[in-house]
Design a binder for this molecule. Structure first.
Ligand SMILES: [Cu+2]
Length: 113
């Protein structure tokens, strides 16, 4: 057990060194999901400028996708898909592009400041 803990600690230390490298900007993961119908939960209202991975999980059984700005996941009805988005200051819209879904509530905006 002690050996395992030491290996885990080294792995974390290694990640920290990579993240601190000026050549690589930090990436924050945002988890959003749809568990039923046209609900979309977990999308933040405000974020700081930077690099993000939006990890979208759909367990609703209905086809959905997640578009943030101009980046979109494939449309899928079960599982998780991720997109990488760089956000700059401003208002960034997000939605599900399946016809009728944004009108049904699957949309919003993120204020990036
Ligand atoms: Cu949808």
């Amino acid at each position: 057990m002690k050996t395992l803990h030491r290996i885990a600690a080294l792995a974390i230390a290694g990640s920290a060194v990579i993240a601190a490298s000026p050549a690589m900007a930090a990436t924050t993961t945002i988890s959003a999901k749809t568990t039923s119908g046209l609900m979309l939960t977990g999308m933040p209202k405000t974020l700081k400028p930077g690099n993000y991975i939006f990890k979208y999980t759909n367990t609703s059984g209905l086809p959905h996708n997640l578009m943030v700005g101009s980046v979109i996941t494939p449309t899928f009805d079960k599982g998780t898909k991720s997109i990488k988005v760089t956000l700059k200051k401003g208002t960034v819209p997000y939605l599900c592009s399946v016809p009728g879904h944004a009108a049904g509530g699957m949309k919003g905006t993120i204020t990036v400041k």
